[in-house]
Design a protein around this ligand. Structure first.
Ligand code: CP
Length: 337
């Protein structure tokens, strides 16, 4: 199945501009992205409480539909939904009736018949969450948990949260995104988010074969040399080599890639002395990042994971609130914050 994402992400907003689905960072206003970050900030302390729950989604049913493997995204969406007091159903796709030939739409219709309120979707095909958002009944919200090479909007927002937490904001910031940009839905979403939030410069660094031909259209500066690309940056975001999406001809060898683009303490010296190091995970040690950096004092990789729960709580509660206000415009969403 090849599903091209629509040119605009209007489907994800209500008529008055609230979040209804969250499918892409593209075309989302700075004020709405900031609202996601501010809402996430209000949820961060929930994870430190004795009872890690707020009642915002009590009575709602969230269905995790992961057609691709995941550790961080699936687990943190589940925890986020539970911390919002929702009921959570994790459909095991490998053991579901899709293996007997049931179509995606029929699977969705059956889950809707169980009164699902939200689908969290990861799919190997770019555009699948848009397709689902256009097909679901109006009461159901859809959150994109990563589609093909296209977008990973909640990853980008948890990355923005992490940057804002450590750097205080985006004004004047230089951010380098390094590695396999070509296959990275994360890099695309990060570039859109960083530009929308006002970062001074977004740099993409990688070998020509792993840079998209439309890179300049993302509002970025492109480098093929690590020393030049990392010079004086505030944030270094490393990406995983996505071998499962890769034609082997794109890469000479992992050893050669690490020599030229793998982040070591020596290469990190080109960045500012207080630069932070990020990675969406899973990391490939010794391929795109050395353990001395991944486990070093400038790494905030595990903090990204922690913040991801609060950011996903924010997106889920805002989307349910937007759904409710579009169903009952008089009352507004009862979950609005
Ligand atoms: N960052 C990320 O999407 O990780 P997972 O594949 O483990 O969800």
């Amino acid at each position: 199945m090849t599903l091209a994402p629509p040119p605009s992400s209007r489907v994800q907003l209500t008529e008055d501009g609230k979040l209804r689905h969250f499918l892409s960072v593209e075309h989302v206003s700075r004020s709405l992205l900031e609202e996601i970050l501010d809402t996430a900030a209000s949820f961060v302390d929930v994870g430190g409480r004795a009872i890690k729950k707020v009642p915002l989604l009590r009575g709602k049913t969230v269905v995790n539909l992961f057609f691709e493997s995941s550790t961080r995204t699936r687990s943190t969406f589940e925890l986020a939904a539970k911390r919002l007091s929702a009921d959570v159903l994790n459909l095991d796709i490998s053991k579901s009736a899709t293996s007997k030939g049931e179509t995606l739409l029929d699977t969705l219709r059956n889950l809707e018949a169980m009164a699902a309120d939200m689908f969290v979707v990861r799919h190997q095909d770019s555009g699948a969450p848009f397709f689902i958002a256009n097909e679901v009944t109006p009461q159901v919200a859809v959150i994109n948990a990563g589609d093909g090479r296209h977008a990973h909007p909640t990853q980008a927002m948890l990355d923005m949260y992490t940057i804002r937490h450590y750097k205080g904001g985006f004004a004047g910031l230089r951010v380098a995104i390094v590695g396999d940009i070509l296959h990275s839905r994360v890099a695309r979403s990060q570039a859109h988010a960083l530009n929308a939030l006002g970062a001074a410069e977004v740099r993409l660094i990688g070998p020509r074969t792993l840079l998209p031909v439309d890179a300049e259209g993302l509002g970025v500066t492109v480098f093929t040399d690590m020393a030049q690309g990392l010079k004086d940056v505030d944030v270094v975001i490393m990406l995983r080599l996505q071998k499962e999406r890769m034609d082997s001809a794109l890469l000479p060898s992992e050893g050669e890639f690490f020599r030229l683009y793998g982040l070591t303490n020596e290469k990190l010296r080109h960045a500012k002395p207080d630069a932070i190091v990020m990675h969406p995970g899973p990391i490939n040690r010794g391929v795109e990042i050395a353990s001395e950096v991944a486990d070093g004092p400038r790494s905030v990789i595990l903090n990204q994971v922690t913040f991801g729960i609060a950011v996903r709580m924010a997106v889920m509660s805002m989307a349910i609130s937007g759904q409710e206000s579009s169903q009952n415009p008089e009352q507004g969403g009862e979950h609005g914050r």
